[in-house]
Design a protein around this ligand. Structure first.
Ligand code: 5AD
Ligand code: SF4
Length: 440
């Protein structure tokens, strides 16, 4: 019996692609194996956004070489954002030519065919074709990580070309799925017992289907689906967010009161060079509108420090906007040049030492704010949708509030009984990244 394992790096798009890949492999008779080192077939679903992504990726490939040597029947497949860069494929073909299958982000549905060709001909398979018509999502049978919540793509690709970002080059041009198709998929999910959906897109606010339906219209349609209790979405883009969408936080009862709204920088000069198409005043105006419509909304963000040309006063504007917004949580990144993006060629790259010093100051500020915000929940009773047993603390369960706060809590119930349910938890301790409590 053949076993498979998938190693997934990066964002939720990749996570969902991996669920679809697992579905295809299981349809071919492969059985899931947790440990990649003990599998007959491994798929590496790669990411190129993070710092040193290339180095780490080639490091892991090098480790698999040993398995390949000792077991010639072992099959290694590489997909995701890495092979979307021609120089990476060249390097694989030159230094790691023993890799069996390499396929791009728009060639996922071809995996069964590539495996068949590999087995028939013994020849290595390479399939990286941009703008390949993507197979309809309804023909996919993903193996989902959870029974109660599901990731649902609403757009693919990105047209924004932020100057630091590799995604528009690795995921192709933006395409929106038809509203009717997304609704059909979610209705099917609901009938399978799914209660929460996460609508996914690089920029959900620019969603527009072929007959002109907007993102707000999509949310309203999903809000009507029976069985679905929670709707989330990511990622929002401040340049495209509409008043109609913001209004959904008032009118759509299933829409979770949480938004992931990357700011990237608080300096207008830096935002311009990042090609973000908004300024700090516009960003703060959006935050005010969101809080006016939904006072309890939690806000998460992404921030890059050390973007080329960032001065101390630009950076202070980032600290200032963070203090004004008071984010519930923030993902902070040190800028790292991505080959092929405009910013990698900017001449005023910021010194590493300065980047790290700014990064530490930013993290200290953000962590302090997150902790203060979490303290507001002390003693309160919150509704938590349970994911399952906690990965970090024994004998506790973990789940998320409507506002996406991570809650670890104790309960007398068994895992089968509680997973996927919404329970009431009294908060007894507050930390920077989580809340602790007990079910009542
Ligand atoms: N350097 C640092 N951070 C980056 N991000 C994207 N590209 C880069 C880069 N070259 C960050 C952005 C984005 C998040 C997913 O990753 O903040 O929102
Ligand atoms: Fe990258 Fe900008 Fe597109 Fe987000 S919106 S994926 S940061 S180019």
């Amino acid at each position: 019996m053949s076993t498979y394992s998938i190693i997934t790096y990066g964002c939720q798009m990749n996570e969902h692609d991996s669920e679809n890949i697992a579905g295809m492999l299981e349809a071919l008779g492969y059985i899931h194996e947790e440990d990649p080192w003990a599998s007959n077939l491994v798929v590496m679903n790669t990411c190129s956004v993070r710092e040193n992504a290339d180095k780490r990726f080639f490091g892991v490939l090098g480790q698999f070489k040993k398995i390949k040597k000792s077991n010639p029947d072992f099959v290694l497949c590489v997909c995701g954002c890495m092979p979307q860069q021609p120089r990476i494929v060249e390097e694989i073909n030159k230094r790691f030519s023993w890799v069996d299958i390499v396929f791009g982000t728009q060639n996922i549905a071809q995996l069964p065919e590539l495996l068949e060709n590999l087995h028939k001909t013994g020849k290595k398979q390479r399939a990286i074709i941009d703008n390949n018509p993507r197979i309809a999502e309804e023909e996919m049978k993903p193996v989902r990580m959870h029974n109660h919540k599901a990731l649902v793509n609403i757009t693919y690709g990105c047209n924004n070309f932020c100057t630091y970002c590799i995604v528009p080059y690795t995921r192709g041009r933006e395409k929106s799925r038809m509203l009717s198709e997304v609704v059909c998929e979610i209705e099917r999910l609901a009938s399978d017992g799914v209660r929460e959906v996460m609508l996914l897109g690089q920029n959900v606010d620019s969603y527009k289907d072929a007959i002109g339906n907007s993102f707000a219209e999509l949310i309203k349609a999903v809000n009507e689906i029976e069985g679905i209790e929670r709707i989330r979405f990511m990622t929002s883009h401040p340049k495209d967010i509409s008043d109609e969408m913001i209004e959904c936080f008032r009118t759509c009862d299933k829409l979770c009161r949480n938004i992931y709204l990357p700011v990237q920088s608080g300096s207008d000069r830096v935002l311009k060079r990042m090609n973000r198409h908004y300024d700090r005043a516009r960003y703060l105006e959006i935050v005010d509108k969101l809080r006016a419509v939904c006072p309890e909304i939690t806000i998460s963000t992404d921030i890059i420090v050390g973007f080329p040309g960032e001065t101390e006063s630009d950076f202070e504007e980032t600290l200032d906007i963070a203090r004004r917004v008071r984010y519930d949580s923030a993902f902070t990144f040190i800028y790292s040049p991505r080959e092929g993006t405009p910013a990698a060629k900017f001449e005023d790259q910021v010194d590493d030492v300065i980047c790290h010093e700014r990064f530490d100051r930013l993290v200290e500020l953000m962590d302090g704010i997150s902790l203060e915000k979490n303290k507001e929940y002390m003693g309160k009773v919150l509704e938590v949708m349970v994911d399952g047993l906690s990965k970090t603390s024994p004998n506790t369960y973990s789940g998320r509030t409507d506002g996406f706060k991570l809650v670890n809590f104790t309960s007398d119930k068994s895992e089968e009984e509680i997973a996927g349910q919404i329970v009431k938890v009294k908060i007894t301790e507050t930390k920077t990244f989580s809340l602790e409590g007990m079910e009542i």
